[in-house]
Design a protein around this ligand. Sequence first.
Ligand code: 6YU
Length: 505
Amino acid sequence: MMAGQNANILIIGCGIAGIGAAQRLIRHGFNNVRVLEATSRSGGRIKTGSLGSNIVEIGANWIHGPSQENPVFRLACQYQLLDKESMSEENQAVEVGGHPPFIPNWFSSSGRKLDSEMMAPASELFMTLFEKCQEFHDSGEEPLPTVGEYFKREALKVANEEWNEDQTTKKLRLAYLGTLLKVECCVSGTHTMDDVGLGAFGMYKTLPGLDCTFPGGYEGLIKHMMNELPKDTVLYNKPVKCIHWNNTYKQSSQKGRTCPVTVECISGETFDADHVIVTIPLGYLKKHQHTLLQPSMPLRKLHSIQRMGFGTNNKIFLEFEMPFWDEDCEAIYLVWEDESALADIVSDVKMAWVRKLFGFTVLKPAETFGHVLCGWIAGHESEYMETLTELEVLNTITQVIRRFTGNATIAPKKLLRSQWFLDPYTCGSYTYVAKGCSDFDIDNLAEPLPLPGSKDQPLQVMFAGEATHRSFFSTVHGALITGWREADRLLSHYTTPAGLVTSKL
Ligand code: 6YU
């Protein structure tokens, strides 16, 4: 019998990190593992919905870097959830550095379709500067504090030195660079690139492989993983209010022995545990940092929770009778001709929130989806959009599309949008490395309690979830790896060298 087999383990949160941790622990013989989930569903930020007869991803969209090193890709292959092309050797070998090469269409605010030759130098400059931004982490330099400031300084230098032959073209390219900054706000999950730390930006690492989607929906992955857990492992509708650790909960007792941790739900119900793995999103931790743990978290963990960034990125799906974009088009960029100052924020959020929408990606293939676009909007403008009714959002976006295409009859048939900021158990979309952050902040977030050196029972409260992965934060694979990491931490805690248990995953 394995030591610790009967240890009482509670996992908080049934997203991919929580499910991954539970699956690993149970496979290795722990028989007292339960997951407490606040909502009535599994998957967390992996959430597949529908727009008419189409499936759409409300949360995570792609496997970023689908190749052998990516555990989400390996699981998806194992469960046969991907199409042949996504699994091909060629697809796995493609290096895109986090920016898949979409075939674009550009529309401008004066109702013109812009020409790709005119826009190409701006796209190239954008890629060059972002690759440079990623290098500062390893080189240890930080010429300016944020990605936004560095990008604007360098982009304006190039524009002023090299794009002077025609002022109209220069203005349009600068306006398009502003659009690309808004794209980057969505990718990074931040309000503005002026909030993203330049030195820390390169902490995020990409894996080889051309990003791919799940033809049957991302939630298929969750369903397959959940099928491998014993029935009743997850207790739904159990929002946790407070984790009392270090024997501070007075009534704590279970069959004559005392567990060091008691988890108290909002309902008042309590659960005793030897170990708790917290997989709650950073957005929730920021909001409830002073009450979630009793005794409170150590200062260095609190400070890192405050320093790390957690922003909002939302999607707005629109279905059309007929496409207004080219047949091969994969992304549509909206270029506001009056915005040439490289601004990625909107000054009057209530009046002009829609200017933060960078454009759309096209759902493919058209034979499956019909004519569906996915609009992307980040930041406070996105959070404001969440407070509007669907009809208000639909009306505003319809006006924008009519203006940019010069076609006053275009009318989307249906709309569906995400509301990640208003979700009380997520409070935003995902983690970014804010100005002033470093690798140590993520290490602090991930550090179990009590801290090393304490004489108290070890590994009472452990931390997983995307925000706790040094180089894959903000992703599904990052989240899964952290769930496995904390399960492995418990495994090695209980496994004597003689009874070493090896991973089956
Ligand atoms: C990816 C992608 N993707 C789009 C959008 C979003 C996200 N991500 P969970 O939140 O899943 O689970 C926690 C659970 O805890 C949850 O069920 C809660 O209900 C529960 N809970 C909370 N409080 C509780 C309480 N008090 N009591 C009990 N339970 C409680 N990732 O790989 N590909 O395309 C996208 C995207 C709109 C919102 C994404 C993507 C992020 C992932 O979805 C996310 O990381 C994981 O699902 C998190 O799993 P988890 O288990 O940790 O938490 C250079 C540089 C820049 C760096 N960025 C690079 C870009 C990469 C990001 N890509 C994003 C893009 C999209 C489109």
